[in-house]
Design a protein. Structure first.
Length: 340
């Protein structure tokens, strides 16, 4: 049964399940979910805990033995298994499937790891455990989901959860919920009355937002120039190689050019052919309304010039040049920068 992190606490209130599958790229939600399970498990007598790591050298018989051996001091056992790749292999799949059939009420198994795909979710072992337990997908929060999470966290800790403060924290901690949680804890210590002003919060918090090049591309396609500049600044401060950003920009130019060619020829767009998911199709349609074939040709020239300059180490401040390139994806920039 799939349960999203914002509903997980309510799910736990209905009682513990024998198996929990917690996967995703968002560490704060994963840590919160695991801590909630630990606390409830301890309260219900699971006072022996084992932690295992299923790396390349892991012997899956160790897990099997752990589920069958209780100490003299405990009648119930809590086991955490980290599965970094989300793929247990042939032996691991067999053992996990066997464990799902045993369903021992004195054994609680929590398996966690990074983001998994449909191939893992459709595997026999995953379905068997999910049927008896819960799957909690932990993905990065954006937009309204991020604001709701911040508002709930502030309210839970007794802080004024005004929309202005929530927006400020979202701007400063987007892509980094661990930092957001720490900033909220800091505000609780600084303002125990729970009612800091927006100005006080602005002075207290530090910009710890984190982004990747894929998020940058989505913002460019959406036409948000201000946020794209901020993202580039954060990517530079985190040491992301300029070549990686240029690669992402070039790839999107190729996709947009192919889509524009379909449009010019009067053909309907085959989204599957271009590997564009439905939730991102609107971003591309918006970008195509802004960028004409002429603009795309001129962008190609600029991207080629930048590529050659980077390969020859002729760019003193590559992120300044990348900023110019990014803004060329957005109408306002086309008025401010010459396209030669």
């Amino acid at each position: 049964m799939q349960v999203y992190p914002n509903r997980f606490a309510a799910s736990l209130n209905k009682g513990l399940q024998p198996f929990y599958l917690i996967f995703g790229d968002e560490p704060q939600q994963k840590l919160t979910a695991i801590n909630q399970i630990r606390e409830l498990a301890l309260a219900q007598g699971f006072d022996e805990r084992q932690t295992l790591m299923a790396d390349a050298q892991f012997d899956w018989l160790t897990l099997l033995e752990a589920t069958q051996t209780l100490s003299l001091f405990s009648s119930r056992q809590y086991i955490e298994l980290e599965l970094p790749t989300g793929k247990p292999g042939t032996q691991g799949s067999k053992i996990l499937t066997e464990l799902s059939a045993q369903n021992n009420p004195d054994i609680l198994l929590v398996i966690h790891g990074a983001k998994i795909g449909k191939d893992v979710q459709n595997s026999k072992w995953f379905k068997a455990l999910d049927k008896q337990g819960s799957y909690v997908p932990c993905y990065p929060l954006e937009g309204n989901a991020l604001h709701q999470w911040l508002t709930e966290q502030m309210r839970t800790q007794g802080l004024n959860a005004s929309s202005d403060i929530s927006r400020l924290l979202a701007d400063y901690c987007e892509g980094n919920l661990l930092a957001a949680s720490q900033e909220i804890e800091k505000l609780c210590l600084l303002y125990p009355n729970g009612n800091p002003t927006l100005e006080q919060v602005e002075q207290a918090v530090v910009d710890q937002s984190r982004y990747n090049v894929f998020q940058l591309i989505d913002v460019l396609l959406a036409g948000d120039s201000q946020k794209s500049v901020k993202m580039l600044y954060r990517l530079e401060s985190e040491g992301v190689e300029p070549n990686i950003v240029l690669w992402a920009l070039t790839r999107e130019w190729q996709t947009l050019s192919a889509l524009q060619a379909n449009k010019t020829a009067g053909q309907s767009i085959n989204w599957n052919q271009h590997r564009i998911w439905k939730n991102r199709q609107g971003l591309y349609l918006s970008a195509l309304q802004r960028l004409s074939p002429v603009h795309l040709q001129q962008l190609q020239h600029k991207l080629n010039v930048m590529d050659c300059a980077l390969k020859q180490s002729q760019v003193e401040r590559p992120y300044v040049e990348l900023c110019h390139l990014c803004l060329l994806f957005i109408p306002m920039s086309l008025e401010n920068f010459a396209l030669n």
